[in-house]
Design a protein around this ligand. Structure first.
Ligand code: HEC
Ligand code: HEC
Ligand code: HEC
Ligand code: HEC
Ligand code: HEC
Ligand code: HEC
Ligand code: HEC
Ligand code: HEC
Ligand code: HEC
Length: 416
């Protein structure tokens, strides 16, 4: 019986290896595994119509960075003598794959730690099994060295962020990158990094990445753009450099004490009521400011953030933004940081922005939390409520209108 099995294996192994010459460098043990697993179409039935493909391409594995390590380096739980045996219970192919990448950690602890801090890892922790793990970007049995990855076709981010890839590919960076020999222009990981990918609309990492390569950019803008530093802080780079993009103003809630963006504690979404309480607390007479709002002009969609053009097409005309009713100010959101680290945006009404066209009026607006703009606060709260929850908003709206002063600074702020 034992002999028969070995013979069967040996014959199957020879057949498999003939088809995959590169696999000949593999150890005998590995060839034993491949005698079954090199068979195309081999799969494990998981029930409910799902199956786990068990086919492993021997030659690809032999050529991979892990070829020399052998199967057992990652599959030490497979006991050749008892395998396949009764078989393990596996509930879904994806769950199996996600659990299995824990082995990568054994030898690449540094990368695993970086990954643990990423938006991808926190999305996974939130229960979204489709967030990428090591093998989604590297594969499992055909892992190649970094240097072997092609500049454009090898972009692993593409399979999940295809809309963004398309936008990027048409940008001046993408076009420059796809020209043969041009690899100075950035791809995804040059701006976002590979493992510790962070939410796009938080922090200054992306801007720092731009300025890291374009060290002369601040000085170049200073030649024509007054208040350059303010502009580069409150207007995102793509808002001008993706000129066709639609814009929005995102009002971000900050905690003035820690200077951090506010996040919802407890891991639940901040609902309309909680947001209302928060905003109401902002400017109550005499109360210490609990929140500060800082506005930022940005593009509306992730794809548009990547439609960067060369500098001749960038928005230079001041009145694009500095005029009554400018398009750029027609969409307003208010955001806090959600449980996965990404902003949760609440639609607000554009009236919140009062009259941003006048530069004089704009100044205060972007930092709410002082005492001069109570009316704006009221409008803001109303707009948020109207946008978030109509029933609650309706009731409070009438109460608020009765008790709020008409002009900034006039009358007293009732504790509404
Ligand atoms: C560097 C680590 C590593 C090595 C070495 C390795 N594997 Fe895997 N293997 C994995 C991971 C990770 C998975 C889970 C992949 C998935 O499904 O997402 C896996 C899954 C499998 C599966 C289940 C089917 C599948 O593809 O998901 C089989 C069968 C398998 N490996 C066989 C082998 C054989 C045979 C070898 C040697 C020729 C080998 N493995 C070498 C990491 C490795
Ligand atoms: C005699 C053929 C055969 C050989 C040799 C063999 N396997 Fe398998 N393997 C299977 C079959 C069949 C299954 C599916 C078992 C089931 O349905 O539960 C399987 C399943 C697996 C799985 C999927 C997870 C699991 O445990 O069910 C992995 C990983 C795996 N084999 C790795 C290996 C490795 C590594 C070797 C070499 C040490 C090896 N296999 C040798 C036939 C084989
Ligand atoms: C979202 C995609 C993605 C995920 C997830 C990912 N990687 Fe990477 N990894 C990359 C890319 C792209 C590179 C190329 C490096 C670069 O250009 O910075 C890379 C590079 C590497 C390198 C070689 C780096 C070097 O410069 O020496 C290792 C090792 C590695 N990854 C391991 C892992 C491990 C282990 C995991 C899981 C904990 C993982 N990766 C998860 C995309 C990913
Ligand atoms: C038993 C140890 C071990 C395990 C487990 C392991 N690796 Fe590796 N890995 C290595 C070694 C050794 C190299 C080759 C190192 C080198 O050339 O710098 C390597 C190289 C790599 C590289 C290429 C690095 C480069 O220089 O570009 C990547 C990517 C990689 N591994 C990803 C993974 C992933 C993903 C997993 C899990 C599926 C994994 N490794 C599991 C040991 C391991
Ligand atoms: C297997 C699918 C998958 C792959 C591959 C992948 N991602 Fe993601 N990515 C996700 C998911 C899921 C999220 C969570 C947010 C969502 O649902 O859009 C996410 C989120 C992000 C975010 C944050 C988005 C935000 O709203 O702030 C960035 C940035 C990002 N990915 C960049 C990358 C980069 C760069 C790569 C390649 C190195 C990559 N991703 C590869 C699935 C993937
Ligand atoms: C890895 C380095 C790198 C990073 C990061 C980077 N760029 Fe570039 N950028 C380049 C290179 C190289 C070119 C020239 C491409 C070419 O040859 O056409 C370029 C071109 C440009 C141009 C066109 C300049 C002109 O003369 O027309 C603009 C505008 C630009 N980048 C803006 C940005 C912005 C905005 C970011 C961040 C979101 C950014 N870049 C991030 C390297 C980088
Ligand atoms: C208010 C709109 C606006 C914003 C915001 C903006 N840019 Fe520009 N940028 C321009 C315009 C317009 C030009 C072309 C100026 C000219 O030469 O006529 C330009 C030129 C550039 C150039 C080419 C500089 C050179 O040497 O000629 C780079 C690189 C660049 N911008 C990067 C950035 C980066 C990075 C950011 C974000 C930190 C940014 N820009 C934000 C409008 C803007
Ligand atoms: C030149 C730098 C740069 C490159 C290259 C780049 N991105 Fe981005 N990415 C950005 C910026 C800037 C944003 C917008 C950040 C913000 O909201 O201000 C962004 C946003 C994102 C987001 C969040 C989208 C959303 O819905 O909010 C994802 C996901 C993303 N990028 C993935 C990718 C992928 C995948 C690639 C490669 C195909 C890529 N990026 C290439 C700079 C870059
Ligand atoms: C893409 C939109 C956009 C363009 C183009 C633009 N600005 Fe601005 N600008 C803004 C925003 C948003 C602010 C908000 C500043 C604040 O109050 O915090 C601002 C602020 C200002 C300020 C006040 C700065 C301060 O600290 O209070 C001045 C002055 C100004 N811009 C002048 C200009 C001039 C002159 C041009 C053309 C050369 C121009 N802007 C182009 C969006 C733009």
């Amino acid at each position: 019986m034992k002999f028969a099995r070995q013979l069967r294996l040996a014959v199957a192994a020879l057949a498999a290896l003939a088809a995959f010459p590169a696999a000949a460098a593999l150890s005998e043990d590995d060839q034993g595994c491949l005698s079954c697993h090199a068979q195309e179409g081999l799969k494990k039935n998981l029930g409910k119509g799902e199956s786990l493909p068990l086919h492993v391409q021997g030659d690809e594995f032999a050529k991979s960075v892990h070829g020399e390590l052998g199967c057992a380096a990652c599959h030490s739980d497979v006991e050749a003598k008892k395998h396949p045996g009764a078989g393990k219970k596996i509930s879904s192919a994806r769950e199996y794959g996600v659990a299995k990448v824990e082995v990568c950690r054994l030898c690449h602890e540094d990368k695993a730690k970086l990954f643990d801090g990423s938006i991808h890892a926190s999305t996974l922790k939130q229960g979204n099994l489709w967030a990428p793990v090591c093998t989604d970007c590297h594969g499992s049995h055909a892992v190649r060295a970094k240097a072997a990855q092609e500049p454009m076709n090898g972009i692993s981010c593409r399979k999940c962020h295809d809309d963004i890839f398309d936008a990027y590919a048409g940008s001046m960076h993408g076009l420059a990158r796809s020209k043969a020999g041009q690899v100075r222009a950035p791809i995804c990981v040059d701006c976002h990094r590979a493992h510790d990918v962070s939410p796009a609309a938080t922090g200054t990492r992306l801007r720092d990445a731009c300025l890291g390569c374009h060290a002369g950019a601040v000085a170049a803008h200073e030649k024509w753009l007054p208040n350059t530093r303010t502009h580069l802080e409150v207007v995102s780079c793509p808002a001008c450099h993706a000129p066709a993009s639609q814009k929005r103003v995102d009002l971000r809630l900050y905690d003035p004490a820690t200077k951090q963006r506010m996040s919802d504690q407890g891991g639940q979404s901040l609902d309309a009521k909680a947001l209302w309480d928060l905003l109401r607390g902002v400017n109550r007479e005499g109360a210490p400011a609990k929140a500060t709002l800082i506005g930022r002009l940005e593009v509306r969609t992730g794809a548009e953030a990547h439609q960067l053009t060369d500098k001749t097409k960038a928005i230079k005309d001041c009145v694009t933004c500095h005029k009554q009713g400018a398009d750029a100010f027609q969409n307003v959101t208010i955001s806090i940081i959600g449980p996965d680290g990404r902003p949760v945006r609440y639609e607000a009404q554009k009236e919140v922005l009062s009259n941003p066209a006048s530069v004089d009026a704009v100044g205060d607006f972007y930092v709410i939390g002082g005492t001069r703009i109570k009316l704006l606060d009221a409008l803001l709260a109303l707009a948020v409520l109207a946008g978030v929850s109509a029933p609650v908003g309706h009731l409070l709206l009438r109460r608020l209108l009765r008790s709020k002063p008409r002009h900034p600074g006039a009358g007293s702020d009732t504790a509404n």
